[in-house]
Write a protein that binds this ligand. Structure first.
Ligand code: GDP
Ligand code: MG
Length: 634
């Protein structure tokens, strides 16, 4: 679950970097200047490992007002924020500004961490708690848990760590089906390797060797190597901190704020339609005021065109067009922040409605209606959004209606259109049906394919992956009904086969290698030579000097192939032996009406030790039936 990004926020000198150090053991102030001046200037990164092995990326942001731009670059990809407030100082200007930004960007999961608790007494701490509670009222952090710690004494750090662990565990994984989008927060070069960029992967997955695009520069590049948390990987997933070594790109060609994307996924634009909220404590905004627009890790200057009024008052929200001096790469639904041109303060923000907009007439009803509809989303968008958000990936039409607030007939109609356009896939079985976003569905199929492929490779003798293992390893959140519907669909489409309790790729056949084949022949020989008095399984495998694992694999294979049959825990009979025994017993019973244990023993030239369990087996499979001390045919 390395797909969650946790970050800091808060006023300068309030102990963010010390806190990160206390949690991870890493000092994120890497620059010489940072260490000398004792303040963070750049974003810092450290992996945080929990006791259960889970790992998350930690982003440490600078608190000084001069470095809000860096802070904004770091906060964009965060899933969970720790708002840090020093107990001796309480709420300060950048506590407020960072809180505004968290609220504008709607980072909904957070913990309020009161640091330096060693510097104050209990009464004072209580006052600070109240002050902070007051400050977060009405923001996304209103309900956030609050915890007092000291990085100096370690007080509260273990509790904070377990709280983080708990909240991280509840953070759903991001959809991996989307296109790659990685806003770059650092660019540097490594001798011998060339250009490396880092950032938080917002969506999709990056694969080694794949061709990507860098915007707004419009450069083509290839992923030469890839790291997550300092380790080489073949694939990086949405929500991870990623470093990419880019082929054929000079450091001077790109900068923080550039975005790495799947080719064609996004486009740079000068004009963006948005809904803008002006902060309560900002000053009024006039039409065409010059502001700084922040999206992801980029900052662009531009003017705010107010589409339905001359002035935007503090606390108000309105439709605007951002007319930018440089191109910006954004997507519908992105949250953004605006800061005043000079002096630089965070004054507002909102959500992007149209990332590549036309020029609009102001005070035009049609334009405003169009923006309102787009903001709310078309039924298609709402449904796709619901199908791409979190788990489960499959929803019934009823669940979709509930999630989107659309009436059921509208969901039905839209679902049909989306199916026709191949944007959603429908899974139907046993009178129920579910919808999934097609790309996401294909991703799931691919994951299953990979998982089965790996399993077959590791266990070439086994008939397949046990059904329950597939479900618990990958799809435990699915109901049994959906799981079975998928298996049914995948069987029908020839993707896989269900073989009793095992699931295998259609193309797979268990195949013993030469050594295994030799052993299998030896074993089979033994069972044919000793049809009615075979050795116990453990004795036989002991004689052949097989270890437990190999013995288990071979036995499973022989059972699956129908060569051996299990009579009891230690006793197995060859198929041929069973057939012969059945024939002999059946004709005996036909001739004499019934058969007794001793008679079977003589028929098979065997002994009581084998015949007793064998007859019980025959009763059990309903070949024979016991009547007092005799057996008749069932
Ligand atoms: P940042 O600007 O928020 O990253 O703050 P730093 O982590 O750099 O800490 C600022 C100063 O506060 C440093 O001198 C730290 O040693 C000190 N400091 C940080 N945490 C604590 C703490 O829990 N107790 C005490 N007494 N000092 C602390
Ligand atoms: Mg710092």
């Amino acid at each position: 679950m390395d797909y969650v990004i946790v970050g800091t926020a808060g006023h300068v000198d309030h102990g963010k970097t010390e806190l990160v150090k206390a949690l991870t053991g890493i000092n994120t102030d890497r620059l010489k200047e940072e260490r000398e001046r004792g303040i963070s200037i750049e974003l810092g990164f450290a992996p945080l490992q929990f006791s259960n092995g889970q790992r998350v990326g930690l982003v440490d942001v600078p608190g000084h007002e001069k470095f809000i731009k860096q802070m904004l670059a770091g906060v964009g990809g965060m899933d969970l924020v720790m708002l840090v407030v020093a107990a001796d100082e309480g709420v300060m200007p950048q506590t407020q500004e960072h809180l505004d930004i968290i609220d504008l960007l709607q980072i909904k999961k957070g913990i309020i961490v009161i640091t330096k608790s060693d510097l104050v007494d209990a009464d004072w701490l209580e006052l600070v708690r109240e002050e902070v509670r007051e400050a977060v009222r009405g923001t996304v952090l209103e309900e956030a848990p609050m915890i007092a710690v000291s990085a100096l004494t370690g007080h509260g750090i273990p509790e904070l760590k377990s709280l983080l662990q708990e909240m991280v565990a509840k953070t759903p994984p991001k959809s991996l089906a989307g296109k790659v989008r990685l806003p770059i927060d650092r660019v540097f070069s490594i001798t011998g390797f060339g250009t490396v960029v880092t950032g938080t992967l917002w969506s999709g997955k990056v694969k080694l060797g794949e061709t990507l695009q860098i915007l707004p520069e419009g450069l083509q590049t290839r992923v030469r190597s890839l790291q997550v948390h300092g380790q080489q990987v073949e694939e990086a997933l949405a929500g991870q901190r990623v470093a990419i070594n880019l082929a054929g790109i000079e450091v001077s060609e790109i900068a923080r704020g550039s975005v790495v994307v799947s080719p064609g996924a996004l486009f740079p634009s000068h004009r963006i339609d948005a809904e803008l909220h002006l902060l309560q404590h900002a000053t009024e905004l006039e039409n065409r005021d010059r502001v700084r627009v922040h999206v992801g890790t980029s900052e662009v200057l531009g003017r705010v065109v107010l589409l339905d009024r001359e002035k935007l008052q503090p606390g108000e929200t309105a439709f605007v067009q951002l007319q930018l001096e440089n191109v910006l790469v954004s997507a519908k639904g992105d949250r953004f922040v605006i800061r005043s041109y000079s002096p630089m303060h965070t004054i507002g923000g909102g959500v992007i409605i149209e990332p590549k907009a036309e020029r609009h007439k102001r005070f035009n009803r049609q334009v405003l209606d169009m923006l309102a509809t787009k903001l709310q989303g078309t039924p298609e968008e709402l449904i796709l959004e619901a199908l791409n958000a979190g788990e489960p990936a499959f929803l019934t039409r009823e669940a979709l209606a509930e999630k989107t607030n659309l009436p059921l007939p509208s969901v039905d109609e839209t679902a049909e259109a989306l199916k026709a356009a191949q944007k959603v896939t429908e899974i139907a079985a046993e009178g129920s049906c579910w919808l999934a976003a097609r790309l996401r569905y294909e991703d799931i199929v691919e994951q299953v394919r990979q998982m089965l492929g790996e399993y077959h490779q590791r266990h070439p003798l086994r008939p397949g992956l046990p059904k329950e293992e597939l479900r618990s390893r990958k799809f435990s959140q699915w109901g049994a009904k959906l799981f079975n519907a998928l298996l049914q669909t995948w069987t029908e489409t020839g993707f896989l086969r269900v073989d009793g309790n095992y699931i295998a790729l259609q193309s797979f056949t268990p195949t013993p290698d030469e050594a295994e084949q030799r052993l299998l022949s030896q074993i089979e020989r033994h069972f044919l030579d000793n049809k009615f008095q075979p050795a116990e399984w453990s004795e036989l495998t002991g004689r052949l000097k097989l270890n437990e694992e190999t013995a288990g694999e071979l036995l499973r294979y022989l059972l699956w192939k129908g060569i051996l049959y299990k009579i009891n825990e230690e006793l197995y009979f060859h198929r041929v032996a069973l057939e012969e025994a059945k024939d002999l017993i059946a004709s005996y019973i036909k001739e004499h009406g019934s058969v007794q244990l001793g008679e079977v023993r003589d028929l098979l030239n065997s002994s009581r030790k084998y015949v007793l369990p064998l007859l019980e087996y025959f009763d059990q499979i309903k070949f024979t039936k016991r009547v007092q001390d005799k057996r008749i045919l069932f």
